[in-house]
Design a protein around this ligand. Structure first.
Ligand code: FES
Length: 114
């Protein structure tokens, strides 16, 4: 069975102020929401290196630094700044009716896990 995409509501827009961060569950993902320069970004909360939680990382401009070994990623693309082929997963976002939505892709596998 192939996967499918779905827009899901993850929080109220007011819950994510400028320069703040929030980790939300979204389907099978833990997603880190960030608001910078009036835009909302959503990326997986696990580092592409060894899986540390990115929510604890320092953010400067559009770059987040992993708290474990200082790898840096562009929050707009999820790309590792030293090797863009290595990425943290990112998700499209939108605001509708005062809520933040992200688009996630389900694997479509029927493995009984959520
Ligand atoms: S786990 Fe993030 S840099 Fe190593």
């Amino acid at each position: 069975m192939s996967g499918y995409k779905e827009w899901i509501v993850v929080c109220k827009e007011a819950d994510l102020q400028e320069n703040s961060r929030l980790v939300v569950p979204a389907g099978e993902y833990a997603v880190l929401l960030l608001r910078r320069a009036g835009r909302i970004f959503a990326l997986g909360n696990s580092c592409a290196h060894l899986g540390c939680k990115m929510a604890r990382g320092k953010i400067e401009g559009f770059v987040i630094t992993c708290p474990c070994h200082d790898w840096t990623f562009d929050i707009r693309s999820g790309e590792f700044t030293a090797a863009p082929e290595i990425k943290i997963k990112t998700f499209p976002t939108r605001v509708q009716n005062d809520h933040i939505y992200i688009e996630i892709e389900h694997s479509g596998e029927q493995n009984g896990q959520y």
